[in-house]
Design a protein around this ligand. Sequence first.
Ligand code: SAM
Length: 286
Amino acid sequence: MSPDISNYSISLPYFDSLTQKFSEGDADALLAFGRHLHWGYWSDPTKADGSIADFAIAAENLSHLITDVAQIQHGLSILDVGCGFGGTIASLNERFSNMNLVGININNEQLLRAERTVHALPNNHIKFLKADACQLPFSDDSFDVVLAVESIFAFSSREHFFREARRILHLGGRLTICDFIPIQAFYRTWKLIEKATKTLVIRTYGSRPVNFCPLIEYKELAKATGFELVQTENITRNTLPTYPVVNSLMRGEGDEETYRATKGLERLSRRGLLQYMILSFQVSSP
Ligand SMILES: C[S@@+](CC[C@H](N)C(=O)[O-])C[C@H]1O[C@@H](n2cnc3c(N)ncnc32)[C@H](O)[C@@H]1O
């Protein structure tokens, strides 16, 4: 039975501030984040021109890369967990046919925008619904691919999410995620300073603190939940031109905490302590 979370809400100040900007008709915010709520991907980062239009193209390119890594083809059933405003579902809808596309999110405002702006093309089906990543309201073996694009760090438990993804995927299905992954040496230090940064992160990104997971733990998690890690793409360098654009957008009034948190992420990424990775896991056991 599906859990009832209709009255459940988590505080997401960063997203609330964005939806407020959209309703005020902020053209820059709409172009940068009206479709995707994730970083950009530049195959040649030296060619990034720092404009919001260039960033919007790069964000779409990241969606293309993720769907390539997930080996998405026509005719599949895809679940996008933490679907934001539905940008990845929109991109799949435009490029593939005979698709069953489902986006879930814990946040009502984002789902409303997704429902308003993303419409299934003929031969595709799209559904957006409110659900928690760790309690997926779907039957066993019902999807070919599960995606979590820059969302897994916000879930209450990676392990619960992996177990749920395994349950709803067909044998041979794929779970493909993007995450900011700490190198091992930094991870040990991070655990020590985590307490000190917790308040800022909670006030900015929501009621759950960012929760890093190094690659070695992802491998162990995969093994324990019936997956095998089959592809790892370190695209840190290709995402770095995101920061000047996002920082300039966030510097506006009321976004100071988001700006500071993102600056921290930038510093760690430029120093190679955090790596932006796409990881793809295949269901390995029944
Ligand atoms: C950085 S955004 C990424 C959005 C989208 N994947 C994209 O790439 O445009 C993180 C998303 O995860 C969602 N989220 C956070 N916790 C969640 C949970 N427990 N279950 C489902 N979605 C969640 C947020 O509401 C937000 O839409």
